[in-house]
Ligand binder design. Sequence first.
Ligand SMILES: [Zn+2]
Ligand SMILES: [Zn+2]
Length: 171
Amino acid sequence: MIFLQPIGQVNDDILNFLKHSLSFLWPTEILPQVDIPKDTYNKNRGQHEGSALLDTLQVKGDAVLGVTEVDTYVEDLNFIFGLALGRKALISLKRLKPDLYGSPDDEELLKLRALNEAVHELGHVFGLTHCPNRRCVMHFSNSIWDTDIKDWRYCRSCLGGKPIDIVRSDK
Ligand SMILES: [Zn+2]
Ligand SMILES: [Zn+2]
């Protein structure tokens, strides 16, 4: 079972879309929202530190995926789309929003990008590493353009030729 947990206020449509879509891969539920802790905010950068945000999540089921709308970073990176550590993962919607790139608001595109990043981070939780295939969801996204090229699914090589529902933790 995968649990989605909003960190701070998060668009309900996006959460419900993620729940619905991820349910094709794993049973998925939405947990109640947790608040964004004040001490995760870095004033100089105007961003929240990703691993500190992960700390706000409690491990539940096979994986907990935090979803937030605030901008996130980790040391040495300008920003991150997401992060995974152990059975916890996180995605930020901030840099996935089309209007940030001068495009018109497009909630369908935002949903697709969010799903892509969610499947990517959950792939890490289940032991997958980055994939050289640019079309594979496990390819590393340096920019939103990389994200948009990718399919939201794992490639055959990442799945080891197995059907998708084999990608689960043993826990
Ligand atoms: Zn990654
Ligand atoms: Zn792959």
